[in-house]
Design a protein around this ligand. Structure first.
Ligand code: FES
Length: 269
């Protein structure tokens, strides 16, 4: 026995960090398109959502409330959809107090990590393309260590999903509070709530919470069944991540247009 051999090196010496190729990559396709599009769309969302969250107006149009402002927990809130817990300074938008939950979930989401590590930090920008950073420390130390809080952001986001579903159900009332109304806004809020549930339930942490740390699936048939269903959703997590991002922005924009009087709600009954 001559000692442990490092896998892949063949002679016991540490493997080279990268193949000794002078070119930064050998790809001939337009690999930069995807990170560029991702960066553009994410930036557009960040700009739009920040503007709306700080605007502190036009987020309620009876009976609809924008998802950026729900749950609305200060006494200064427009509308009356959720218990108001405290009186904040009027110049602070109610959206600011709750932003940390959806933002925390998306910022630590495994799919979005892939998207923004590639498109913003170029780490790496694409498969088989070298990155500009010299060292890689991963998520084992600050600041990226915070990514490990993802499952707690998920727990909180599930509570938010219940509240946004409740908001969508309130969309079946009319301006006077009578039930039996349905408008385009009701459908917009319902679709948004459904997509948020699909996004959360297809989460990698959710899959692990449901089916992880089990030695024998046969001894946990219910968890196995749930894990099987969530695994199916999990394969489409990236799709749900984008669709729910768009649906939140569309639902907010619809309420904004109603609240400013730019359009009126399309009534079905
Ligand atoms: Fe995307 Fe959990 S992995 S929300």
């Amino acid at each position: 026995r001559t000692g442990a051999v490092t896998p892949g090196s063949g002679n016991g010496s540490p493997p080279p960090r990268r193949a000794a190729i002078a070119a930064r990559h050998l790809r001939t396709d337009r690999w930069w398109i995807q990170p560029l599009v991702t960066m553009t769309v994410l930036l557009a969302f960040v700009v739009y959502s920040s503007f709306r969250a700080f605007q502190n107006a036009y987020y309620f149009a009876e009976p609809y409330i924008s998802p950026f402002y729900s749950p609305c927990i200060t006494t200064g809130c427009e509308g009356d959809t959720f218990p108001e817990f405290f009186t904040g300074p009027s110049f602070i938008s109610p959206a600011i107090y709750i932003l940390i939950i959806p933002l925390g979930l998306r910022a630590t989401c495994y799919y979005y990590r892939k998207a923004y590590y590639r498109s913003f930090w170029l780490s790496p920008p694409a498969c088989a393309v070298g990155e500009p950073h010299r060292r890689y420390t991963g998520e084992s130390r600050p600041p990226l260590l915070v990514q490990n809080l993802h499952r707690y952001a998920l727990y909180a986001a599930l509570v938010f999903n219940v509240i946004l579903t409740y908001d969508a159900v309130l969309g079946f009332r009319d301006e006077t509070g009578e039930w039996g109304h349905m408008g385009l806004g009701t459908l917009v809020l319902l679709a948004n709530a459904a997509l948020l549930w699909l996004y959360s339930l297809s989460c990698h942490s959710c899959r692990h919470i449901v089916g992880g740390r089990l030695n024998h699936f046969s001894k946990h048939p219910l968890r196995y069944k749930a894990w099987t269903q969530i695994s199916r959703l999990n394969a489409m997590h990236a799709k749900f991540a984008w669709l729910s991002l768009f649906s939140v922005a569309i639902a907010d924009a619809y309420v904004f247009l109603l609240a400013t009087g730019t359009i009126s709600d399309l009534r079905f009954f």
